[in-house]
Design a protein around this ligand. Structure first.
Ligand code: ADP
Length: 276
């Protein structure tokens, strides 16, 4: 069985499916002040509702690209548009985004409820409305019974769920996730990957997910953007043309292995082009 993998950037889904373009990078590049060229010019379109993963080794610019989409850092050149507007004007589109970090970064002295409520407090959302939304967010990640617990009373996987609930509580249309499960054991990570897909299918968010795990990328994504380091760049844009829901059987299937091998080959080919 052969899988049609595209080594060249895939045609934008948005064009063929008439879905709005949620994220658009136009020759976006990033050089840091210390002279590091973190990212060569990237052109990328992500349609609304797509689940797209940035895959590549450490230092290939995955976090840099995600942080630029989030508006946490500025591109050195090029333009980043969210729903056709500059990222800084996202509020004009009526959309919002959330950024979930690798570490749960919870306030240890606050309860789960208070941690999840923080973004709403910062936005000045009235308390009753905030509590209602916190309850919904905790239910989404299956933690409603732990609302009064302190972070240290939870496992690492549960703490990550709290972090995700904190990202969801603002009801974002764009979810940016920077290796959110990278610090967890493989079984917990697999569970959280499945739970994330369930939530994504239900809510149709646009997701940009960062990982250096080939298997996680294949399991989760509709599209995998393969990146290489020194300098950071995009080397392939691969469609994972498999239906959802994706189950444990998919992980064990021949197609899963073929996708994984193809992605692996892209990473190997790209690393062999790196300067010594
Ligand atoms: P990844 O997320 O793929 O591991 P990063 O985006 O974190 O990669 O980093 C890309 C490159 O940019 C690396 O060489 C890294 O050392 C460098 N880099 C990241 N952040 C900074 C910074 N604030 N200042 C200077 N160099 C940085």
């Amino acid at each position: 069985m052969t899988i049609a993998l595209r080594a060249q950037p895939a045609p934008p889904l948005a064009a063929s499916e008439t879905r709005p373009v949620a994220v658009q990078a136009l020759s976006v590049e990033k050089g840091y002040a210390n002279g590091t060229q973190a990212l060569r010019p990237v052109d990328l379109e992500i349609a609304e509702g797509e689940f797209v993963t940035l895959l590549g080794p450490s230092g290939c610019g995955k976090s840099t690209l995600l942080k630029m989409v989030a508006g946490l850092i500025e591109p050195s050149d090029g333009r980043l548009l969210l729903w056709r507007k500059p990222g800084t004007r996202l509020c004009e589109t009526g959309k919002s985004l959330s950024y979930v970090f690798q570490e749960a970064t919870l306030m240890p002295w606050h309860s789960v409820r208070k941690n999840v409520r923080l973004p709403l407090e910062m936005d000045g959302v009235p308390r009753a409305e905030a509590d209602r939304r916190v309850q919904i967010a905790l239910e989404r990640v299956g933690l409603e019974r732990f609302a009064d617990a302190l972070p240290r009373e939870l496992s690492g996987g549960m703490q990550m769920r709290v972090s995700i609930a904190r990202g969801l509580v603002v009801e974002p249309q764009l979810l940016l996730m920077d290796e959110p499960f990278g610090a967890l054991d493989e079984i917990t990570r697999n569970h959280l990957d499945s739970d994330l897909l369930t939530l994504w299918q239900r809510h149709a968010w646009t997701v940009m997910f960062v990982t250096h795990s080939i298997h996680e990328a294949v399991f989760l994504s509709q599209r995998v953007i393969v990146m290489a380091a020194r300098p950071g760049r995009v080397v392939a844009d691969i469609h994972i043309d498999e239906p959802y829901p994706r189950t444990a059987e998919f992980r064990l299937s021949a197609r899963f292995s073929e996708y994984a091998m193809a992605l692996h080959q892209h990473l190997v080919d790209a690393s062999s082009e790196e300067p010594l």
